[in-house]
Design a protein around this ligand. Structure first.
Ligand code: ADP
Ligand code: MG
Length: 475
């Protein structure tokens, strides 16, 4: 029996506003508990929420960037439930009339093909506070700093069919919200997280199977592993003539499994109704067009441009455009050095590896784009061999100076003068008559020995290609 998995994701992106969605309290994380919760966030009697215009602008940006419909009229509703971190007794969220509907993104799969994934809707809502279990022994505290922090909930169509596709989709949305500057994308801090809905059905069947929802996944890896586990579990259940129960599950990263939550939320009736404290949001075409005009260049367009403007292959272009800061860095290096090929190799190769090892972001790279450009110019003009360039890169990384001063200080100049190279080659040939004899009687392998000797004599500074040519001629 063949099975097909079906996956839909609900992504929560925390919007990068200074203040909260319905109050003027700061939205930034990290403050002492309850220092950033004002009367509105605390739901004191008589207060009224006022919509932060910035969250609308951000939601519209997202909608335009995903070719979605922007609703000319959207409505905030109350989602009623009781929980200690929700002092109002309801969460304000868009329900029947969200601001963004029917978008689409294209994801790239590992082996090359792309796939379109539908976005059913993206709606605005407020985050809740937090229960704190480790501050007071035997008691639970409530921190309302997060209450009222703006979220954009992005709900996909059930268009994905594997854990890999779900991860690729999540990466695509992550890249997009960071390009747009509407979310910092910090998954460890929870500013970008998702719930994964998973079902399986027999191949060829058109009706959807019963789904489970895995809550609160906050890394790409966990999304992948949780979905993989859940697909296997459901197939095993159905193959054994069992039934999948529609329920909410949690992913336990340590055990690498999902488990049913013992959770009363299941039976909830949220009694949604339009919030009488907030007016419907009406957006004019002019407002929407103004935001469209302010959109930055988006990843797909940038990738196409990199391919044509810098003659890059699809894979390099994709790697260089996934993160806006990396794309900017690459362009600065490519334009200053006029060597886009080398720039792409260095940014995706040595630089990426060094950043990864040191666990730092490209914006904090100790080797800046101008310095990398200088280094690349010195490779292109023959001053440095590839090997020397790596040495200079390491020195600049350790902040021992800019590339040219490191080259001067270490006397790291490639020898490309043909006469000088011939001279070295002659010396080596004269010093090893035995090996010359071996080579001339057909022992090709000895050639490498000669190259090595010349490089040793010149402390690695001879241009290897010229050394090869001179040796071929003379031997
Ligand atoms: P709810 O209102 O319960 O959250 P939605 O209909 O809004 O349900 O769907 C939530 C998410 O679940 C969406 O991303 C949707 O694509 C996905 N989904 C719905 N049905 C299924 C299914 N049978 N299998 C997998 N995903 C599903
Ligand atoms: Mg849901």
């Amino acid at each position: 029996m063949m099975w097909e998995a079906v996956v839909g994701l609900e992504i929560h992106a925390q919007l990068a506003t200074r203040s909260k969605i319905f109050s003027g309290a700061p939205a930034a994380a990290g403050a002492e508990p309850n220092r950033q919760a004002c009367a509105i966030d605390l739901a004191l009697p008589g207060v009224l929420p006022v919509l932060n215009a910035e969250v609308l602008r951000m939601a519209v940006m997202f909608g335009l960037a995903t070719n979605a419909e922007i609703a000319s009229r959207s409505v905030f509703a109350r989602k009623n439930y009781f929980y200690p971190d929700l002092p109002k007794g309801y969460q304000i969220s868009q329900y029947e009339l969200p601001v963004v509907k029917r978008g689409v993104v294209e994801i790239a799969l590992d082996d090359g093909p792309t796939k379109r994934i539908g976005i059913a809707r993206a709606h605005l809502e407020e985050d809740a506070g937090k229960s704190v279990h480790d501050a007071f022994p035997g008691e639970t505290g409530v921190d309302l700093n997060r209450a009222g922090v703006p979220l954009l909930e992005i709900v996909s169509e059930p268009d994905m069919n594997s854990a890999g596709e779900a991860m690729a989709y999540m990466r695509t949305i992550h890249s997009l919200v960071r390009y747009l500057g509407i979310c910092d994308g910090n998954m460890e801090a929870g500013s970008f997280r998702c719930d994964a809905n998973v079902s399986v059905r027999r191949s060829g069947e058109t009706a959807l199977g019963t789904r489970t929802e895995i809550k609160n996944l906050n890394s790409f890896r966990f999304v992948g592993r949780a979905i993989t586990y859940e697909i296997e579990r459901q197939i095993e259940t159905l193959a054994g003539n069992g039934t999948v129960v529609q329920e909410t599950r949690l992913y336990d990263a340590v055990a690498d499994e999902t488990r049913a939550m013992r959770d009363k939320e299941e039976a909830n009736d949220y009694r949604y109704f339009p919030d009488p404290d907030l007016l419907p949001v009406e957006l004019s075409p002019e407002y929407i067009e103004r935001i469209r005009a302010e959109l930055p260049e988006l990843p797909d367009v940038k990738r196409q441009r990199f391919r044509s403007e810098y003659a890059l292959g699809e894979n390099d272009a994709r790697r260089l455009t996934a993160i806006r800061e990396i794309a900017d860095y690459f362009e600065a290096v490519a334009n200053a050095s006029r060597q886009p090929r080398l720039a792409a190799n260095w940014v995706t190769g040595d630089l990426a590896a060094a950043l990864h090892r040191a666990n730092i972001e490209i914006t904090h790279s100790p080797v800046g784009p101008e310095e990398l450009a200088t280094l690349i110019v010195r490779i292109a003009d023959g001053t440095l061999s590839g090997k020397m360039a790596k040495e200079v890169f390491e020195s600049v990384w350790r902040r021992e100076g800019d590339p040219d001063s490191v080259i001067a200080k270490r006397g790291l100049v490639q020898i490309s003068n043909p006469a000088a190279i011939e001279d070295f080659v002659d010396q080596i040939i004269a010093a090893h008559p035995e090996q010359v004899e071996q080579f001339r009687t057909g022992k090709e392998k000895v050639f490498g020995f000669f190259v090595g000797q010349v490089m040793k004599l010149t402390r690695g500074q001879a241009n290897p290609e010229q050394v090869n040519q001179a040796l071929r001629r003379k031997l």
